[in-house]
Design a protein around this ligand. Sequence first.
Ligand SMILES: Cc1cc2nc3c(=O)[nH]c(=O)nc-3n(C[C@H](O)[C@H](O)[C@H](O)COP(=O)(O)O)c2cc1C
Length: 180
Amino acid sequence: MAELMAVIKGRRSIRKYQDKEVSAEQLNAVLEAVQWSPSWANTQCWEVVVIQDPAVKQALQETLAKGNPATKAVVDAPVLLAMCGKLESSGYYNNQVTTKFGDWFLFDLGLATQSLCLAAHNQGLGTVVVGLFDHDKAKSVLQVPAGYEVVALLPLGYPAKESSPPKRREISEFTHREKF
Ligand SMILES: Cc1cc2nc3c(=O)[nH]c(=O)nc-3n(C[C@H](O)[C@H](O)[C@H](O)COP(=O)(O)O)c2cc1C
């Protein structure tokens, strides 16, 4: 338990990477963390595109919103992962939405992404979740078929420097007892 908390608390968003390869075994280990993530009725609506070609990384970099602090990370990290989700499966039963929130693909992708980030950190690798980009342009760069969306981009590699944790809200500030 202590080790798990150290991994959870020690993971940081990494935006500067060393010029050092990620091995096939390491990549497999982070993908295994996705494989074992929970999802709505075990829908497993995730699809992951592994990008190592500099030209594709650059094309994806161009989809980032101006001033996005992860802009350099997208091309500098040795591996860039595109976390994609299948639409109209998570949160659905017999093709009908089951809750007021409709499609739960973003929720499932969030869980899978956090599993991946923790597994990466556990191996000494850094990641940063990149959500602020033109999702349609990225979809076209990666030739993602209709019925799927690119949810997040994730640079993956060895961190070039330690970063200090941004401040967190106190537990007492977000915890409610019995009623909100
Ligand atoms: C859904 C989501 C989208 C994010 N998008 C971006 C992004 O586009 N660019 C970026 O630099 N960081 C992005 N982040 C990283 C957050 O800024 C970061 O997680 C937060 O500041 C807390 O820092 P920590 O991850 O080091 O604990 C995103 C994080 C999440 C969860």
